[in-house]
Design a protein. Structure first.
Length: 345
């Protein structure tokens, strides 16, 4: 019997269930996927999953639990496993989807996804997941709450405009809409105050937020979104990976040597990052020479203003990561060098 040298449980996480696949690697580097099962995505299901894999694994070799970062649904099981002192690895979704394409999987199901995650875990030397700071979790909840408030306020303002522009505006309806907008304004102010207080309580986060805010167009709330949605860039190792995490990576439809259809961003990452960077990108284009030059260059190239704005959004996000990692404030000289490099590619 071959000696087992590595064991992995690949977990495909959904809102209500976990589809898992157990895999193992032998001393000759061959590997196999040998068992699969579905469990509830709750504490009872987590406990049942641990018992199930314990009965089917070599007790002398630790099991690594590998899963995708799927919104918030993976968080409960990840924290549970961490509390049980298990080895946990959380992978960016696009990494798994790109890996699945190399496997030539024709039908994507929860089962095939769990298989791919398990196989990925067997083939890669993965890092242990580090539980994010509580402050990042709280900050994310607050920034997402504010995003919802802003959306509701926009809807209310549109309703107010429609009512007031009508031939026979109803006075009471208009008054209620104005009161709703006033309440949403008050809630927005309260949430922004709490975000600021959270940041100021942590010296390290306060310093990082200040560095990110040195980028033209980015304010404290946007910096909070960037830090919260990336857990302080915990899973990010390079700018390309960050762009993929936010859904700014470009995808193209190709057939042979010809391109079928226009290239566009994947949008398979965090929508909150993309939304948070929209207005800062517009502000940066107006206030800073380099984003403005980048915008003008791209518009002259393809004539699509929104596409150029998205490119500036991506640059702002990548700049945030670079500044965070180097602990160096924004420099126009740096952006000039980056723009020259981009012009050459």
């Amino acid at each position: 019997m071959k000696k087992v040298v590595k064991q992995v449980l690949g977990i495909d996480v959904a809102q209500k269930e976990l589809v898992v696949t157990a895999g193992r690697m032998h001393e000759d580097l061959s590997h196999e996927l040998y068992a699969s099962k579905t469990f509830a995505n709750n504490h009872k299901g987590f406990a049942a999953m641990l018992l199930w894999i314990k009965q089917r694994s070599d007790q002398h070799i630790s099991v690594r639990y590998v899963m995708e970062a799927t919104g918030v649904y993976h968080e409960h099981v990840a924290h549970y496993l961490d509390e049980q002192s298990k080895e946990v690895s959380i992978i960016l979704p696009n990494k798994i989807s790109n890996y699945m394409r190399t496997l030539d999987v024709k039908t994507v199901t929860d089962k095939t996804a769990a298989d791919a995650i398990a196989q990925f875990g067997l083939e890669r030397n993965l890092e242990n997941w580090i539980k994010p700071k509580v402050v990042y979790r709280d900050m994310r909840q607050l920034t997402r709450e504010r995003d919802q408030i802003v959306q509701e306020r926009t809807v209310a303002k549109n309703q107010l405009h429609a009512e007031e522009a009508g031939a026979f505006p109803y006075k009471n309806s208009i008054q209620r809409i104005k009161e709703r907008i006033k309440l949403l304004d008050k809630q927005d102010q309260a949430v922004q105050k709490e975000i600021k207080e959270l940041i100021n309580k942590d010296t390290e986060i306060k310093s990082n937020a200040k560095l990110i805010c040195s980028i033209p167009g980015i304010g404290l709330t946007t910096a909070a979104v960037i830090l919260a949605e990336t857990n302080g860039f915990e899973l990010i190792r390079n700018r390309r990976q960050l762009a993929s995490y936010a859904g700014f990576d470009v995808k193209e439809k190709q057939s042979g040597t010809s391109v079928k259809g226009k290239s566009k961003i994947s949008k398979r990452g965090s929508k909150y990052l993309r939304k948070a960077l929209h207005m800062p990108a517009l502000a940066a284009i107006k206030s800073d020479a380099r984003p403005k030059a980048t915008f003008a260059r791209l518009v002259s190239k393809h004539g699509i203003k929104m596409k150029a704005v998205v490119a500036v959004q991506r640059k702002l996000l990548e700049m945030s990561y670079t500044i965070f990692k180097t602990q160096t404030p924004y420099s126009k000289d740096y952006l000039t060098k980056q723009t020259r490099q981009d012009d050459q590619t």
